[in-house]
Ligand binder design. Structure first.
Ligand SMILES: *Cc1c(COP(=O)(O)O)cnc(C)c1O
Length: 353
């Protein structure tokens, strides 16, 4: 094995694919963007972005929003009423990481499927959908997350996602796909984004993760639902004025950073292969499907929270996600060489005598 440096400098930030900064070319596109007031007559660059996203996803309309959290909230708020119930995986981002907004602002509850790392069968929708009754909440919406973040960045098989959406529709429910990392899923599965999107009523996508734009997400769907979403966007303070400045970064990212995502997937796999060699690390290679690697460290190395701090001091930044679990994410701002070096440092730090 090549010799391992004590500390990586500059630090290699594998905490998330959200840490990327706009490239010089992206900044130029942002600086040159044509602008208007998007809360009045519309910003021309935002309109172009919304049209491009709607087209990519095969939908009638799309709405640009400041965050993926808001995209999910608007999807839920515009397709449910207070008291309604959502069928989803318990580790879904909208439930786990979004401050309970769907309960606080949309007034919904949730029922959770049995899943394999966030991916579930259409039968779960049939099992959990409530019969009409004086006792039950009204089941209204099914949410699928693709790639599934806490599952480990798992992309859905297209047919399985379609079957879930079809099951929802057969029961009179709506279907939303949280596609924050839809771009990664499409590349990993060798399909087009719209192959996933077509069966779903609404779909959200993030520009500020793997694509590397500084800000923003979009929600796409039929015209009527997106009109409602725009109304609620204004209600929660998400309508923005000359937002073409940031939308230009997203447009640039769609055109220039989508195809390269397979490089992040290859880097994540290489990272996993290297740390797999350490006897102090457990990594499930089947789970390494896109740009994320979740791995467990041996109890003898202490808790993951301490381990991640120690690695931080050595220039490898990662999040701890459980008592012994660490997450590393590959992205535009780290080179394959940096990722390999980080992995070797982890092997060095975890090898048990
Ligand atoms: C990051 C993420 C979101 C939310 O995006 P923000 O822009 O951070 O609000 C939603 N869903 C999934 C699956 C995510 O990974």
């Amino acid at each position: 094995m090549p010799s391992v440096p004590e500390v990586l400098s500059p630090a290699v930030d594998l905490r998330s694919d959200t840490v990327t900064r706009p490239t010089p070319a992206m900044k130029r596109a942002m600086a040159e963007a044509e602008l208007g007031d998007d809360v009045n007559e519309g910003d021309p660059t935002v309109r172009r972005l919304e049209a491009r996203v709607a087209d990519l996803l095969g939908k009638e309309a799309a709405c640009y929003v400041p965050s993926g959290t808001m995209a999910n909230l608007l999807a839920i708020r515009s397709q449910t009423q207070a008291g309604d119930e959502i069928i989803a995986d318990a580790d879904s981002h909208f439930h786990y990481y979004e401050t309970g907004g769907y309960a606080a602002i949309a007034g919904c509850t949730a029922r959770f499927v049995r899943s394999t790392r966030g991916v579930f069968e259409a039968g779960e929708v049939h099992r959990l959908c409530r019969a009409h009754s004086d006792h039950f909440a009204v089941t209204r919406l099914v949410v699928v997350e693709n790639t599934h973040n806490r599952g480990g960045g798992i992309p859905w098989p297209v047919e399985q996602a379609r079957d879930v959406a079809r099951a929802a529709h057969s029961l009179g429910l709506r279907a939303h796909m949280d596609g924050a990392r839809l771009w990664n899923a499409a590349i990993a599965m060798g399909v087009r984004e719209r192959d996933y999107a077509l069966a779903f009523d609404t779909i959200s996508v993030c520009f500020s993760k793997g694509l590397g734009a500084p800000v923003g997400s979009a929600l796409a769907g039929d015209r009527r639902t997106i009109e409602k979403a725009r109304h609620f966007r204004k209600m929660v303070g998400g309508s923005m004025r000359q937002s073409g400045v940031i939308a230009a970064g997203a447009l640039y990212a769609i055109e220039h950073h989508r195809e390269r995502l397979h490089e992040d997937h290859a880097a994540a796999r290489r990272f996993a292969e290297i740390i797999f060699e350490s006897n102090g690390v457990r990594v499930d290679m089947d789970r390494v499907r896109t740009n994320m690697v979740y791995f467990d460290i041996d109890e003898r190395l202490g808790p993951a929270s301490e381990f991640s701090k120690a690695m931080d001091r050595r220039g490898v930044r990662m999040f701890d996600e459980g008592p012994q679990t660490i997450r590393a994410v590959c992205h535009l701002d780290v080179t394959p060489e940096q990722v390999e070096q980080a992995a070797r440092l982890i092997v060095d730090a975890t090898h048990l005598a």
